[in-house]
Design a protein around this ligand. Structure first.
Ligand code: FES
Ligand code: FES
Length: 167
């Protein structure tokens, strides 16, 4: 079946089987392997992308269901050499260890902030509850998203846990 969609601002066309999952189309046809597969059964969130601005697990959707949609993957987040604030947050607050969950976490975090520019810690934890991380214990992921939200509001991000705070 013919399928056409915009991915990271570029119009792409494909010829897929009706059963082809969006995540397979993204990874195998478009070679955008930053979108990870951790389970293929909608548990882990490693495959999260934005579909028309909504954080979506791309293993839960067929490629043909994305016909005409605007998709953003992790590869579309940075602007040239400039990281997206959520990517910067994960860098600055050590929001990853092995990195397997990270693309999906960043896409969920960015969608969360887009809908709620000032999320509380509870709202962040709720916002990423569909994304599993086997390494970090989530603490620094939450701090990374708090950093990004502050940056996107034009504020100075709160200091890192390990930074000395002068009084
Ligand atoms: S690979 Fe899609 S939720 Fe795990
Ligand atoms: S950093 Fe390893 S799974 Fe999250």
């Amino acid at each position: 079946m013919k399928v056409s969609m915009t991915v990271n601002g570029r119009l792409v066309n494909g010829d897929v089987e009706p059963r082809t999952l969006l995540v397979h189309f993204i990874r195998e046809e478009l070679a955008l392997t930053g979108t990870h597969i951790g389970c293929e059964t909608s548990y882990c969130g490693a495959c999260t992308v934005h579909v028309d601005g909504e954080a979506t697990k791309s293993c839960t959707m067929l490629a043909v269901q994305a016909e005409g949609a605007s998709i953003t993957t992790i590869e579309g987040m940075a602007k040239g050499d400039e990281l997206h604030p959520v990517q910067e947050g994960f860098w600055e607050r050590h929001g990853l260890q092995c990195g397997y969950c990270t693309p999906g976490m960043i896409m969920s975090g960015a969608a969360l902030i887009a809908g709620n520019p000032s999320p509380t810690e509870d709202e962040i934890r709720h916002g990423i509850e569909g994304n599993l991380c086997r390494c970090t214990g989530y603490h620094n992921i939450v701090k990374s998203i708090e950093y990004a939200a502050a940056k996107m509001r034009g504020e100075t991000p709160p200091p890192a846990d390990w930074e000395e705070v002068s009084v």
